[in-house]
Design a protein around this ligand. Structure first.
Ligand code: M6R
Length: 611
């Protein structure tokens, strides 16, 4: 879960030192890891490496990245797996001669055997990482007389595991080698420069022309050339060149203090774009595939799992389908139960989450058809699925998923409505009414932000001083509460748990004491009276009660709530899209009040690419 970048350019292409260019690219990858950072630049016939423990802003100034000039460079921002965060373990890693530099994202599973073998041959290792073996392996093959590309390929044939690699070799100052196996890697085709990186925003400032590499592919970039091979055979990449509609502004903070806040505020446009981008043919294919299936399995991790639970609620309660929703990494439970009569909906904003990818592969092996819902074109999960529906949220850089969640909900709700129409569970009038309501959600989200942001910010001061909180709801309010709790936990480091409100009496309420925050999601459904009872129970124990309440029920709850966040009167099936927004803001402002950086929560990376 690291970010890697490689650039090779013609002389004078950037009008600024390449160290400065690569530092900026790394800043856009920092969401993938921020334990340590480093760059390697080919200068003359040698490679200069600057790297250290810490965040980019600090390390790049301390080691003066911006001053390093050259035409070809690689860079890395790390989320530690093998070896603690330290100067020595920071990438790039070099061979004994210092003429080969490697950056890597993933895990080389057989590195210990390789390391022992190479040490026996006299190689001296300077880090605890798995990555360093790659540099020494290439060195070994070069010593044996291999040409650089052949040495690189020979090294690849020896390593096992998940990797995206970029390699600089001093004797070839205008070329960078790359390889992909499981971990994402994307080529950016520019003018006078080519790029290879873990994610598109890294080079978006320079180009939006991309090729998404596939597993098993490797090759090299030069300033005017991209060469890709698989199993020794050249790959025709022309037909895989894509123009991405994302702009550099989308991948920058544009005046916001954090990406998370910017991305929360981008939700009206992200929702509107996802709705506008609905391809009827694509949806109808998926609807038919679901109608022709026996059961529906929904899977995802983290926030995507919560979106799946909302979908589950709609598909089950509204449509009466046989639906089973699970956390991707728990897929093994279902392997004996599924068969070719089933369909799975795999949700992943990045399209690269390894748990979901592995589950998709296992389900497909058993004949299950897979529909991917993703925000990243051509990413691994869509590529390996039978059908894909893309959300159009634009790049999401903050580690906390925000706009990708609401756009996933939009897709799932539209799918549920189309299925409902096809199954005769809803009338065409109701269908049109609900679609019209969905089209109003961008405005509703905007007005909730305008009306409530200040109050939520004030509330965050109270929450920031607490150690724990509950999020309670009923029905579709349960996954919504789970998402609210996850946001608070991951960015503000406050223990937060979600429960079905009815379940709170079966244990969780034991923790409640004076001032304990309990956030209730009250939707306009048939749970309102039961929730009223649950709020009373908490109030009777002196909890600090916070309620997201539809305007029409505000009077009913007012005396029981310490804080009432008034929500629009909106059909409960669409409500999660709007209700989650104050919860996202609460998590954001609480993190800021506690002095944390919500874009870079500790121990987390945006995309989890190791199991
Ligand atoms: O890219 P994905 O949607 O597959 O990511 C799944 C989770 O890793 C992700 O939602 C994670 O839980 C976020 N940090 C939540 O904000």
């Amino acid at each position: 879960m690291c970010g890697i970048i490689g650039i090779t350019s013609i002389r004078g292409n950037f009008r600024e030192p390449i160290g400065k260019v690569i530092r900026r690219c790394l800043e856009r990858l920092e969401y993938r890891g921020y334990d340590s950072v480093g760059i390697a630049v080919i200068r003359g016939n040698r490679i200069e490496v600057r790297k250290g423990k810490g965040k980019i802003a600090e390390v790049s100034v301390r080691l003066n990245f911006d001053s390093v000039d050259g035409e070809t460079a690689i860079g890395h921002t790390r989320w530690a797996t093998h070896g603690k965060p330290s100067d020595e373990n920071a990438h790039p890693h070099t061979d004994c001669t210092g003429n080969i530099a490697v950056v890597h994202n993933g895990i080389i599973s057989n590195f210990l055997e390789l390391k022992e073998e190479l040490m026996r041959k006299g190689h001296v290792f300077r880090s605890e990482t798995d990555t360093e073996v790659v540099a020494h392996l290439i060195e070994e093959y070069l010593k044996m007389g291999y040409k650089p590309f052949d040495a690189f390929k020979a090294a690849l044939s020896r390593i096992q595991g998940a990797y995206a690699l970029v390699v600089a070799i001093a004797q070839e100052p205008n070329r960078l080698y790359f390889a992909r196996n499981t971990s994402p890697l994307i080529i950016g085709i520019g003018h006078g420069a080519n790029f290879v990186a873990s994610d598109i925003p890294a080079f978006l400032e320079f180009t939006n022309t991309v090729i998404v590499l596939r597993d098993g592919e490797y090759g090299y970039i030069e300033p005017g050339k991209v060469y890709v091979e698989k199993d020794g055979v050249p790959v025709n990449i022309e037909e895989r060149i894509r123009l991405i509609s994302w702009t550099p502004e989308m991948a920058s903070k544009e005046g916001y203090p954090h990406f998370m806040l910017k991305e929360i505020h981008e939700q009206p446009i992200a929702i509107a774009s996802t709705l506008a981008g609905i391809d009827e043919r694509e949806f109808n294919e998926v609807v038919n595939a679901i109608l022709n299936s026996r059961r529906v399995f929904i899977l995802g991790a983290g926030t995507s799992y919560h979106a799946g639970l909302v979908g589950d609620y709609l598909f089950t309660s509204m449509l009466g389908l046989d639906v089973h929703t699970f956390i991707s990494s728990e897929y093994r439970k279902y392997l004996n139960a599924v068969n070719d009569g089933d369909i799975a909906i795999a949700i992943s904003q990045s399209g690269e989450t390894i748990d979901t990818l592995v589950a998709v592969r296992a389900l497909k092996e058993r004949g299950v058809k897979v529909v991917a819902i993703s925000n990243v074109i051509d990413s691994a999960i869509p590529r390996e699925s039978n059908y894909t529906i893309y959300t159009r949220a634009g790049p999401e850089i903050g580690v906390a998923a925000t706009k990708t969640f609401t756009t996933q909900l939009v897709v799932l709700t539209v799918l549920a409505l189309k299925l409902g129409l096809a199954l005769g569970k809803i009338t065409s009038n109701e269908y049109r009414g609900m679609i019209d309501l969905l089209k109003k959600t961008p405005d509703l989200v905007q007005s909730v932000m305008t009306n409530l942001e200040g109050r939520v910010k004030a509330l965050s001061i109270y929450i920031s001083k607490r150690q724990s909180a509950y999020y309670l709801g009923r029905g579709i309010g349960v996954p919504l509460s789970m998402e609210g709790a996850l946001k608070l936990k991951e960015v503000a480091y406050i223990h937060a748990e979600a429960y079905p409100a009815g379940e709170s009496k079966h244990g969780p309420i034991a923790l409640v004491e004076e001032g304990y925050p309990v956030v209730f999601s009250i939707l306009d459904d048939d749970n309102v009276d039961a929730l009223l009872g649950n709020v009373m129970e908490m109030k009777a124990r002196d909890a600090y009660t916070i309620g997201l309440v539809p305007e029409k029920y505000v009077g009913k709850f007012r005396d029981l709530l310490n804080v009432t966040l008034e929500m629009p009167n909106i059909d409960y099936r669409v409500a999660p899209i709007v209700y989650v927004v104050p919860m996202q803001l609460l998590a954001y402002y609480t993190a800021v009040a506690r002095g944390y950086d919500p874009d870079r929560p500790r121990n987390l990376a945006k995309t989890v690419t190791v199991e």
